[in-house]
Structure formats: structure tokens, C-alpha cells
Design a protein around this ligand. Structure first.
Ligand code: LMR
Length: 399
């Protein structure tokens, strides 16, 4: 052997996906997985939506050939995604000044966005919230961007540090790509108000920033339209911006990698040119996208009856998450926990930022078999009526 690889050091396990491995290795029956952002139902099982399962079965039955999709993805899926993001009647959709390219999940959309901004638009700086989803910075760095953080979480008051955020975003150089979580902020669960979004939009315009709005949880906070409010506000301005969409959560299609990147430009001509440049990046990265997941999404969204059923199932997931937030707070109150956990009900989406330290998170894992991300993020979807009191007791015990 030439020993080229002899000095390769093993990487640390992924901060989020690595949690699952630890949970699985724990033999205790009372263990609880509050790690990865995965919707579990009331029985603790990953949810397979009925309408999705039926669409899957119909597709298998149809036996379509597994030929290549266009590099930009399935046309119907791209059109339906644009309407989902901006609304059917949106000027952005009608004018064609936005282009949507199918991507490998939300992660793949962010990767395409960063590659495009760095390699085609010359952006050298990206920015992410402090804290942010564990993959944002790595994707931007891999694309060759220098990453800056902007303040987001006010740990002392359990809320958003909005003035700190504005101050830091204002320091970014023109042309930089800050990533904003358009709803269900990951990991904190705290979102901006529409008034705050309006101020942020003005700041982006006046400073020449090109934001990427990461929309991984549309429908998980208040509803499909309500959760898209920030994006639709941006779409009404003359700002150029990007949107990363994921259907992993809303369709429960985690492993199918179903996402999309949308770039909002000034004209259809620009959008057409941008599409070809992103296609070139996709071609060099992975050639063209897989078809099964996007066909499922397109099949459901294009049929009024199926779409209505999907919206009911999505609302049920959203309602269960909200109920679990309230249950966790009630249980901690009932046992007189030293901390007021009512902030959990002011957060939205899959996650709650508990304010626990990494050491407290370690105690939850070792003493109670409760696994979550060491930064204090828990996935509310791992709670159910059978384990929420146990989790509340454990939370009180590690305070
Ligand atoms: C999460 O934040 O848990 C999810 O988005 C899954 C992932 O890829 O990290």
C-alpha cells in the first residue's frame, strides 16, 4: 500500500444524526428519542401519511420507466412547488420571474444555492443565525464561502434578540448570502413577527444582501399559507432572493430527498438564465434528481381531493405538536420544576430550545435515556402522552 490514507483522522459523529445511533444502542425500554427532526406519531412510530402511502402504491403499480429526469427536475413538481411557496395567484408565479429547480431535499437546495451564489454570483460571504441548524455553515464553507454569524437567540429572556440580529446583519458586505429560517426556526423554535420581517427585508435591500430563506417546515407552525408569510412579503418587494424548500417533513418523505431551490429574479429572462447555471452545478454534483419522491408530491398536490386529504394529515401533525408543547409545560408545572417552561408554547415547529447546557443534556442521556442534541434542542415530535410526564420529571431533575 502507498499509505495515502494512513493519516486520515476520523470525523466526529454528526451532532444531529449521531444522536439516533446513541438512542438505538441504549437498551432501556423507557428511553426517548428527541434528537433528529423526525415526526413520530402518538405511538412513537415514524408517521407514514395515508395519502402518501396510496400515492406510492399507485406509482409502483403504474410501473413507470426509471429513465433520467431533466436536470432541473420533474416539471409538474417544480410548478406545484412554486405555487406552494408563493401562492397560486402570486405575481412571482404568473410572471415567471422565479425559477424552481428540484433538489436533493432541503439540504441539497441549500447546497445548490451556496454553489450558485459563490461560483456564479461571486458571493464570498454567507451568514447564519446563532445558533442555527448544524449543516448551514458546513454547506456554505464547502461552497467556498466565509461564514459569519448573526445574533438570534436571547438566552436570558427566551426570545429572539432582534436588535442584535439587525446590528449583525447590517455588518455583512453587499452581495453576501445570509440564511434566514422562514418559519419554525431550527433549533430555537422562535420566529420573527411580520413587522420584524419587514424591517429585515428593508435592511437586505438597503445593504444589497441576497438572502436565502430556508423553508424546511412549511405547514408545521400555523398552516401552509401562514408559514409562507415572510417569503410572500419578500416576493412583493423588488429584492432578488432564494428559497430552499423541503418536503421531508410535510410529506414524511425523509429518505426520498425531495426538495427544491427557487431563485426570485427581476424577469423571466433572468430566471431562465439562472436555471441553466444551476443545472450546470447540479449536473456536476449529482447529474439529475431522483424521481420517486417528486412524483409522489406532484401526484398529491395536483389532485384537489388528495391535496385536501394531505392538508388534513398535515394539520393533525401540527396539532399534535402543539398539544405536546402544552403537555410538557403542564407536566413540569405539576411537579413544581424550578424553571418556568412556558416558553415552550411560544416556540413553533418541530423543535424547542430548552436552554439546557451540554452537561445537562448529557445527564438526560446517561441518567434517563433521553436523547437530544447537545446544544439543548429537543424534537417535540418525539413526545407522546405515554412519555411526556417521564420527560418532564427528567427535565426537572437535571435543573
Ligand atoms: C434536523 O435538524 O434534525 C433535521 O433537519 C435533519 C437533519 O438533516 O439534520
Amino acid at each position: 500500500m502507498t499509505e495515502v490514507f494512513a493519516n486520515v483522522q476520523a470525523a466526529a459523529p454528526d451532532a444531529i444524526l449521531g444522536v439516533t445511533a446513541k438512542y438505538l444502542a441504549d437498551p432501556r425500554p423507557e428511553k426517548v428519542n428527541l434528537g433528529v427532526g423526525l415526526y413520530l406519531d402518538e405511538t412513537g412510530k415514524p408517521k407514514v401519511l395515508d395519502v402518501v402511502r396510496e400515492e406510492q402504491e399507485a406509482l409502483i403499480e403504474a410501473g413507470l420507466p426509471n429513465t433520467y429526469l431533466p436536470i432541473r427536475g420533474l416539471p409538474a413538481y417544480r410548478d406545484l412547488t412554486q405555487k406552494m411557496v408563493f401562492g397560486e395567484q402570486s405575481e412571482v408565479v404568473q410572471s415567471g420571474r422565479a425559477c424552481t429547480i428540484q433538489a436533493l431535499g432541503g439540504t441539497g437546495a441549500i447546497k445548490l444555492a451556496a454553489d450558485f451564489m459563490r461560483n456564479v454570483c461571486g458571493a464570498t460571504v454567507g451568514a447564519s443565525s446563532d445558533p442555527t441548524w448544524g449543516n448551514h455553515d458546513g454547506i456554505m464553507r464547502l461552497a467556498g464561502m466565509q461564514v459569519q454569524r448573526y445574533r438570534y437567540y436571547d438566552a436570558a429572556h427566551f426570545c429572539v434578540d432582534f436588535s442584535g440580529m439587525l446590528e449583525d446583519v447590517a455588518k455583512l458586505p453587499a452581495g453576501a448570502m445570509p440564511i434566514f429560517h422562514s418559519c419554525c426556526h431550527n433549533p430555537t423554535g422562535y420566529d420573527l413577527t411580520l413587522e420584524q420581517w419587514t424591517q429585515l427585508l428593508e435592511l437586505c435591500r438597503s445593504h444589497g444582501l441576497v438572502p436565502l430563506l430556508d423553508m424546511a417546515y412549511q405547514g408545521f407552525r400555523d398552516g401552509l399559507d401562514a408559514d409562507a408569510a415572510a417569503i410572500r412579503l419578500f416576493a412583493e418587494s423588488d429584492l432578488d432572493f432564494l428559497v430552499a424548500t423541503s418536503y421531508s417533513k410535510s410529506f414524511g418523505l425523509y429518505s426520498e430527498r425531495v426538495g427544491a431551490l427557487t431563485v426570485v429574479t427581476g424577469s423571466k429572462k433572468q430566471a431562465d438564465a439562472v436555471t441553466t447555471r444551476i443545472e450546470a452545478l447540479a449536473r456536476a454534483n449529482y447529474s439529475n434528481p431522483p424521481s420517486f419522491g417528486s412524483r409522489i408530491v406532484a401526484g398529491v398536490l395536483s389532485d384537489a381531493a388528495k391535496r385536501a386529504r394531505w392538508e388534513v394529515e398535515l394539520a393533525a401533525m401540527r396539532d399534535r405538536i402543539r398539544a405536546m408543547r402544552h403537555a410538557l409545560v403542564q407536566e413540569t408545572e405539576k411537579i413544581g420544576a424550578k424553571r418556568d417552561f412556558s416558553f415552550v408554547t411560544r416556540q413553533g415547529g418541530m423543535f424547542s430550545f430548552t436552554g439546557f447546557t451540554p452537561e445537562q443534556m448529557d445527564r438526560l442521556a446517561t441518567e434517563f435515556g433521553i436523547y437530544a442534541v447537545r446544544n439543548g434542542r429537543i424534537c417535540i415530535c418525539g413526545l407522546n402522552t405515554s412519555n411526556v410526564a417521564y420527560v418532564a420529571r427528567a427535565f426537572a431533575a437535571v435543573l
